[in-house]
Every structure is written in structure tokens, then in C-alpha cells.
Design a protein around this ligand. Sequence first.
Ligand SMILES: Cc1cc2nc3c(=O)[nH]c(=O)nc-3n(C[C@H](O)[C@H](O)[C@H](O)COP(=O)(O)O)c2cc1C
Length: 318
Amino acid sequence: MNSDSTDWIRSLLKYAVLAPSSHNTQPWLFKITDTTVSLYADRTRALPANDPDDRELTISCGCALMNLRVAAAHEGFWLTCDITPKLNDEDLLAVISFSKADTVSLTEAELFQSIERRRTYRKRFESRDVPDSILGTLSGVATEEGAWLHVIKSEEKRQKIAALVSEGDLIQWSNPSWRRELASWMHPRRRGDGLTVPSVVAPIAQAVVRTFDMGNGVGAKDKQLADESPVLAVIGTDGDSVKDWLGAGQALEKILLSADSSGLQASYLNQPIQVASLRTKLQNLLDRGGFPQILLRLGFPTDEIKAAPRRSLDEVIE
Ligand SMILES: Cc1cc2nc3c(=O)[nH]c(=O)nc-3n(C[C@H](O)[C@H](O)[C@H](O)COP(=O)(O)O)c2cc1C
């Protein structure tokens, strides 16, 4: 491979790493080989208490893969992805090759501007409704990626799901290992990963999270966020394998980028999916087959927020 194509692939990976990831762990590694790039799960950045099966880790890698697809489409290239190749390496998630497209996938290319604009928006949204036409587009995007988007329409179900979210908070915060893990990913911005806290207060914030069970307070706040969100929606898949998780990640990021292109942002209330016993309850509430993967709230943000930090490309390319 010549240095031009390596540089070109690196220029696309600059966008891949802007993908969201649980606790901002950025659990991906890329190996550039002769005109292909391989995507690996970096399990040294796993969250065993929060995500014991590496399900969210794989979803995060799927988000990075979608950004790579969008960036390549923007440059007029198709990606061919060999998903979960069987090379006796369970960390290898996909081998990606590029070919010049006769016609570019317009929808994917059009999402390019949203890669740098997308944010996880944890504040309250404007109270205005999200038009059904936008929700229809987002559901279509999920289907294109082999997943589904289930928008919660019934008020009764919304309240039940909001109650599951706060129950999930209570369960997670009561677990000292879970709290320790969360605290260990609370970093000053200069670290380039994790959930940012100002450097002066970082040691105190970490100690508070490690020591105190704040499940009641966090649960009440999250329940209110779920109750008030203009849109509450579940992304799910028919199966629950590594391949499904990678697909769910691509669907999630395409939904987030499409949402951004309509002025929307999103954030996560995944507790009832992360806690195995609650996942079954959520599954029953949705009253459809398949597996919930991500619980999102969506709406119009009231202000602009700063981008979360990322590690340098050199740290994620081997
Ligand atoms: C699979 C997955 C799960 C996530 N779960 C949560 C969550 O439970 N709570 C939350 O506040 N953010 C969650 N996030 C958002 C990340 O914390 C966020 O992507 C990261 O901090 C980087 O910020 P950014 O999305 O604004 O770039 C999740 C993201 C992904 C991809």
C-alpha cells in the first residue's frame, strides 16, 4: 500500500472516531493494511460492570463504522464490509474495503456534515413536538440497517418505561463495582476520553461517585427526563448476536446523524437494557419480538454544547 492511500484512509478515520461510545471509552482499534482497514474491538476499554457482554462496546464500534461509511460516501466511495469475519479472532469485527462508486449513496453522503455537529444532549429539550414525518424518516433509517426504531406513543407505556429507567438507576447505583467503574471513567478533558469533569473537581467528583449511592436522586431526575422528553424510542434488533450489535450501532449512528440533520439531538436512558432483569420487562412492554438495544430520548436542543473529547488518531490506529 502506498502512503497516499494510507493517508486517505487516515483522513476518513478522523471522522470514524467522532462516533459516540458508552462512557466515551472509544473502544475501537483500526489496522490499515493493503487498501483495507480492519475494525477491532479494544476490550482493554471494556466496562465489565456496566456492559458485561461487551454488547454496548460492539454497538459503539458499529457507530464508528457508520461514520466511516458516511465519510467514504462523501468522497464518492462505497465500503464493502466483511462483517464478523471468521479468522479465529473474536476482536476483529469487520474488514472494510473501498471502491469508487458510480453513484454515491446520497443519503449517506448527505449525513456527512452531521458527524461533527452531533452531540449527546443530556439536558431538557424544547417542549415542542417532533413532526411525525421526521420520526418516519428515522424509523426508515433503522430498517435500512436491519434494525427497528420503536417510538413510544402511548402515555401509559411512557410512564412504565420511565419507572423502569429509575429502577435501573437504583440497581446500578447500589452496586459498588458499577460506581467504581463509572468513577474511573470521569476524566479531565485533556485525557481525551471518558466523561469529562473539570480537572480541579475531578478527584472529589470521582470520590463522591465511588462512595455514595445516589440512585434515588439520579433515578428521580432520569424519570423526569423520560416523562418530559418529546420522543422516547427504542432501537432494537431481531437477534442478539455480535453481528446484531454491530448492526444496531450502525443504525444508532445513522439515526443520530439523520436526527441532527433535522435539528434534533438525542441522549440515552439505557438502564432498563443494561440491567438484564429489566430488559425482559422492557421487551414485554414493547409487545413485539426482538431485543431492545438502546433507549433514546430525542428532541430539539435549547442551546449548543461543546464536543466531548477524543483520543488522537495515533492512539487508535495500529
Ligand atoms: C452504546 C452507547 C451507550 C451509551 N449509554 C449512555 C448512557 O447510558 N448514558 C449517557 O448519558 N450516555 C450514554 N452514551 C453516550 C456517551 O456517553 C457519549 O457518546 C460520549 O460521552 C461521547 O459524547 P458525544 O456523544 O457527545 O460525542 C452512550 C453511547 C453509546 C454509543
